[in-house]
Design a protein around this ligand. Sequence first.
Ligand code: 5AD
Ligand code: SF4
Length: 591
Amino acid sequence: MHPLQCVLQAQRSLKWGPLSSVSWLLLRTCRAHSSVPSSSCLSSEGQSSEGVEKDFSSRLAAGPTFQHFLRSASVLQEKPSFPEVEDPPPYLTGDELLGRQRKVYLETYGCQMNVNDTEIAWSILQKSGFLRTSNLQEADVILLVTCSIREKAEQTIWNRLHQLKALKTKRSRSRVPLRIGILGCMAERLKGEILNREKTVDLLAGPDAYRDLPRLLAVVESGQQAANVLLSLDETYADIMPVQTSPSATSAFVSIMRGCDNMCSYCIVPFTRGRERSRPVASILDEVRKLSEQGLKEVTLLGQNVNSFRDNSEIQFNNAVPTNLSRGFTTNYKTKQGGLRFSHLLDQVSRIDPEMRIRFTSPHPKDFPDEVLQLIHERHNICKQIHLPAQSGSNRVLDAMRRGYSREAYVALVHHIRECIPGVSLSSDFITGFCGETEDDHLQTVSLLREVQYNAGFLFAYSMRQKTRAYHRLKDDVPEEVKLRRLEELITVFREEASRANQTSVGCTQLVLVEGFSKRSSTDLCGRNDANLKVIFPDAEVEDVTNSGLKVRAQPGDYVLVKITSASSQTLKGHILCRTTLKDSSMHCLT
Ligand code: 5AD
Ligand code: SF4
């Protein structure tokens, strides 16, 4: 049986996903497992944790059974809204689920999905009466939103926990004890190992358990450890409007799908973030409309495989229309059918506000049917920028990675995209030193970089992850120094190719969305062009072409035309010509 089928069957029978042993709602006592002495565990009222524990224990005894958790699992899946505050579990009172003005410090590691998850987690906590602080010293609760994709990402968190342990130990006894939580992928991957290895951690919440944070924090408040790492088949946080971290921002991320079904052999994501599921179109459109009303000028649709989007939330969406894949690409899973697909969503989102730029990340190359490419070409507000993760240029390695395409199919897709969307900017991800990668395989990757001439790239040395197919079946046999040497070589080639590609912009006029002053100079403004490349130019008074005669200085959120005068691999420089609008600039051919 395919391992994925195994997982699926386990999920169906238990409803709570593959990790659904109910014991994973871990409740442990502070005294037995925490490095914090029991006398220092004070509740909010200054009551000793022992009193709280006793009270809690008696309520717990009269409280949930195995059956209770199974029941609440299905309730959670059926009800989109968060029920705990109005309808608390019998062993915790509504009051205990309220944040009691505790100050939460959130720290984000990893990808854009984690940035968005932080905003979702904060939205949930804010509604529950918690306050947010950006001052670590002031915090009552520190939550780290973590990443597991490579060993190094996890090491960063272990180091951070070490520092936080000192902070926790030094915390004055007159204050409520400092609580520390691990959220996201690392909580999901390591589960109890974190609680055993680092006693300073009080709380674990996997990527599908953020709605449970108020309850978990209420348990922690009483001096216990608490964990929920249950994966879900349908959690998309559809009804939760993330709180934008920076209120002055010109752009926002909108999560449209979660999880991944691809099972590339090197990747931990399907194990930490679970099965692929998409958010209902209507709730995405609602969120984008709200962001447009708030004056935001750019949204990036987010998902692990953003263009594999498939909204099956309503029965009438499930017609038997077969899925169009990119030519020459296959899936590792049984072909899915029906649902509202990415092209439908993109069409609807791009109609909301003609002054709002639309981007999306991170796509999979297999899901670029012609209807998606056509839409990107014809809509003035969908950016002509596509991330096309290749991972390797060698067919042998692509096969071992289980990517579902050959180098030839990938290159044909690149040509097809460039024909459909003239001037499109391309970027990619590559891994060096995957299991069995030879020098010849590596050189094929170098030649792919030369052939495609990407505008940007994200390059990584391979890091073996437990649970993955590569971990079970392949040998991590490329020495670390060889992985790093190959990585350096790819970085050099990428820089050369990106500089060359960006040089073609010199002398052209480009539309730039202003973000603010440049970090390096208070007399320069900084913004991004359609390709998402940083553009720097001196701040100067210019004419507003949509309001002729009016002299203005560009502000964050304004669209301006910039004449490009120089280019490097990562940045363009130029001078500002005028203020304009997205729609207006699209009607004039920019050269
Ligand atoms: N080691 C190194 N890089 C990895 N990626 C995913 N898993 C691993 C791993 N085990 C890279 C891929 C992916 C990007 C997000 O991270 O290139 O596209
Ligand atoms: Fe990982 Fe592959 Fe899924 Fe991307 S598509 S998240 S690389 S398994």
